[in-house]
Design a protein around this ligand. Structure first.
Ligand code: GUN
Ligand code: FE
Length: 500
């Protein structure tokens, strides 16, 4: 099928491509066949004769395509407590609200029911790919895999591991942590294998890449120690060994390495506790580093209070930081100085951290990141004021503030880079990328905002200002009512059916 209209796509942290009148073709397999910006009528006609096209979707003036949103840190089983219990800080919050709710996922039927809601809601809100934490329960986590595959959402699923410092009714042995993780890996592998076997044999590899949609590798298992306090050094070490063993096999087979995710340096009390629990480690980051858990496919959530040495270690290992601004506010954990991490060249993506954060939508995660960056500016200005009490004049240094372009990058391409999927997703103007996208309409009939668009001058149209205004409006005020369609690997997974 073929789209014709405006495509907006981040190119880098500071660069956004706005490509009007783009012809974007998608193969049945879900791969992008071609993307021709500013296409002429002749090119349109030629495309129609060169390809067999099932469906043409012409976008209206207020619509544009955007790469799918990527939530790089989210707790699927915490959906039932979303928005409740934000009166406590991290550690008592876990004990009081989180562990009792997660323990309910022992019941597979309950797990499936909640996960179906989570996946439906996140897809509806444009989250095409998510790095999920499940619970301690292996079969419950397998249900999350099932639900994602059935709904067509991309992402990671982690069986949460904790073998210490948790209530006896929500804790496992070290062996169970490792075995459960192995079982989840084997489960996904078997599903993928089955999927590949189901594919019809085809005459050539290149026609297969055009024709056959499949779900293999849509969902990946992920090594998921909850965080250092609830994992013994032995559990962390054995999970690191499991990753290393698995990666040897994967490297030989030319497959991507195994994803890893956990929490790092979120809250002051947590950091002090880790220092006490792991006296042999130089830092919180070092606890994971010694266990072999830092890698180019590792995501560390939060990272609010890292030292320069810890940041350097994350950078050197290619480990990504999931910035979860709402959660950092809601649980009063702190304000991440994201500009500093960006300046140092770390990989930064965004996460909702639902239900540490009160929102499921990545639009909210972008707004949270913008607010956090402005809070840093305010804090810096206040500090400056205090230091120069007699000097009334101070500059409003807005350098720490993030731009719309930056948060959109972090929610799309940055997320793909954090998950090691940057060769596959995050781009719409590149042939061979998989089509994970949203169709946004800033003037949708039931839009949450009135878009009284000032008449654009020719100069504004040339300078892309009009589209920047629309994108900004969507990021700041939009919601699922502005998302008319959502696609993952070329399959429409939410919205009014438009094209498959
Ligand atoms: N640290 C350990 N577990 C959690 C969790 O569930 N949420 C958040 N925000 N931080 C954690
Ligand atoms: Fe979290």
């Amino acid at each position: 099928y073929l789209f014709y209209g405006t495509v907006i796509q981040p190119q880098s942290l500071r660069q956004l491509a706005i490509a009007p009148r783009t012809l974007l073709g998608v193969y049945h397999s879900g791969k992008i066949a071609f993307a021709i910006p500013r296409a002429t009528t002749e090119q349109f006609e030629k495309t129609k004769t060169d390809y067999t096209i099932d469906n043409i979707i012409c976008l209206s003036r207020s619509q544009f395509l955007l790469p799918g949103l990527i939530d790089t840190h989210v707790h699927a089983p915490q959906y039932p407590i979303m928005g409740n219990g934000m009166d406590l800080q991290l550690l008592p919050w876990l004990d009081t609200y989180t562990f009792p709710e997660e323990a309910r996922f022992k019941d597979d039927a309950y797990a499936r029911r909640v996960y179906q809601r989570v996946v439906r809601r996140t897809l509806r809100n444009g989250t095409t790919c998510a790095a999920y934490f499940g619970t301690l329960h292996t079969t419950g986590s397998q249900r999350l895999v099932d639900v994602m595959r059935a709904a067509g959402q991309r992402g990671w699923v982690g069986k949460v591991c904790m073998d210490q410092n948790a209530p006896e009714w929500y804790r496992e042995t070290t062996d169970e942590s490792v075995r459960g993780t192995q079982q989840l890996i084997a489960y996904v592998q078997q599903l993928d294998q089955h999927e590949r076997e189901q594919q019809q044999p085809s005459s050539s590899a290149s026609s297969a890449s055009r024709c056959h949609y499949h779900k293999a590798e849509l969902v990946e298992p992920c090594i998921t120690p909850r965080f250092a306090p609830t994992c013994s050094a032995e559990a962390l070490r054995r999970l690191g060994e499991l990753a290393a063993e698995e990666n040897k096999l994967r490297e030989r087979a030319g497959r991507p390495s195994l994803p890893i995710q956990t929490h790092l340096s979120e809250n002051e009390a947590e950091i002090a506790w880790v220092a006490k629990l792991f006296p042999e480690s130089a830092s919180y980051t070092d606890v994971y580093d010694r266990a072999g858990l830092l890698s180019s496919r590792t995501i560390m959530a939060h990272c609010v209070h890292l030292t320069a040495e810890e940041r350097a270690r994350l950078k050197a290992t290619g480990t990504a930081v999931a910035h979860c601004a709402h959660s950092n506010f809601d649980l009063r954990s702190g304000v991440l100085h994201v500009r500093q991490l960006l300046d140092e060249g770390l990989k930064i993506s965004l996460g909702t951290d639902m239900a540490g954060g009160h929102a499921i939508s990545m639009l909210e995660a972008m707004r949270g990141a913008l607010t956090a960056s402005r809070t840093i500016c305010i804090m810096e200005a206040q500090k400056q004021q205090q230091q120069q009490l007699n000097d009334k004049v101070h500059d409003d240094d807005a350098r720490s503030q993030l731009s719309i372009t930056e948060v959109v990058y972090m929610a799309t391409m940055g997320g793909a880079a954090a998950m090691g999927l940057h060769d596959k997703i995050g781009m719409l103007l590149e042939a061979n990328y998989e089509f994970d996208a949203l169709l946004v309409d800033t003037a949708a009939p039931d839009s949450p905002f009135d878009f009284f668009e000032p008449e654009a001058s020719a100069e504004e149209l040339l300078a892309d200002k009009l589209y920047m205004r629309r994108l900004e409006k969507f990021v700041m005020c939009g919601d699922d009512r502005n998302i008319e369609g959502v696609w993952v690997r070329g399959r429409q997974v939410a919205g009014t059916p438009l094209a498959n």
